[in-house]
Ligand binder design. Sequence first.
Ligand code: C2E
Ligand code: CA
Ligand code: CA
Ligand code: CA
Length: 280
Amino acid sequence: SKEVGRNSFQLYKASMNARSLERLSMLSRFQNALEYDEFELHYQPLECLSSGQILSVEALVRWRDPNLGMISPAHFIPLAEELGLIIKLDNWVIDKACKQFKAWRDAGTNIHRIAINVSAQHLCQGNLAETVAQTLEKYGIDGRNLEIELTESSFVSNFHEAKVALKRLKMLGVSIALDDFGTGYSALSYLTKLPIDILKIDASFIAKIPDEYGNSEIVSAIVAMAKALNLRVVAEGVEKVEQKQFLQKLGCHTSQGYLFCKPLSADDWERFYSQWKATS
Ligand code: C2E
Ligand code: CA
Ligand code: CA
Ligand code: CA
């Protein structure tokens, strides 16, 4: 009967945990979002700690769902990876970031590089280097204007494929940054076996300097190692003046964080940039 049907549905619903329900609805929302352009990029500048110049901007994806509002990438990137949609999203990001960079350059903005995040899965699957090459050509941008941020997990499962893909990107002039450095497995051999240009020290280390015992030493050792290996080094998540001063003393090149600027929408970033330019 109808009653039995309803009851068994209730039972079924109850047995589905909250997470799988959420995933189901997120899957269809996510697919719609790709179709209806609900993603946008926000931009956060990286500041040179010796000259005070803005060296680059990192593009960070945002999802504005009409019902749920702004959804954090920390929430939907893992989901997109699980659902096999990450390459589609990454490719959208690559196109959007290059398009925006060209528009800013045409408008006379003097930012040298734009950084994008690429999912670990993407490096060894798909044709990342080909996609990047095509997109650079589409917008008439030099590869030296682009940085690609990857995490260590990109290299763990398929080292050889990863190396080949990175070499292709390097041939285009693209810089490679190792994101979230110090977390994960931190196999230091990657630093010499792969063509990496930049180390981004994870924010969790920066949050604990200069006070917490042991952390300052770790950060200082990472900066020294990066220098010895001729790598550029970026401190992520710099929120306090004392952190910035500590990093300056160590000779850390670059800082990124709320202290200098939060990630901003394209419009807000343009306003921030012209004000910064006028006062610096
Ligand atoms: P991430 O690449 O390590 O990005 C840095 C995160 O730290 C960003 O979070 C940024 O908003 C935040 N942040 C920056 N400065 C500060 C600070 O001073 N204090 C604190 N507490 N946080 C700060 P967001 O934008 O939520 O991104 C989270 C993660 O999602 C990123 O971590 C990255 O792994 C991933 N992600 C973001 N955009 C993309 C994308 O376009 N593609 C892919 N594949 N992943 C992305
Ligand atoms: Ca990043
Ligand atoms: Ca990071
Ligand atoms: Ca991250």
